[in-house]
Write a new protein. Structure first.
Length: 76
């Protein structure tokens, strides 16, 4: 079941709902079915330095270098 973003035209609320294809969603605030489906924003994968460092440490411990660039693989 996909998550969709909606805007309620009656109470001006914006929200996300997990809906099946055949389901007609209702606004969680006012119960209206007068909704506009919005374009969902795509979340980019997290790229914090801590996540990358932990991933590289785990990869090195397991003996594979998939988290390293080709230049970094040569130095290992």
């Amino acid at each position: 079941m996909p998550i969709f973003d909606y805007h309620c035209c009656d109470c001006d609320a914006d929200f996300e709902l997990l809906v099946m294809k055949s389901t007609i969603p209702n606004c969680p605030q006012c119960g209206s079915q007068h909704l506009e489906k919005q374009l969902s924003r795509v979340a980019v994968p997290g790229r914090s330095a801590g996540l990358i460092a932990r991933g590289r440490a785990q990869a090195a411990k397991e003996g594979h270098l998939s988290n390293f660039s080709p230049a970094e693989r040569k130095s290992r």
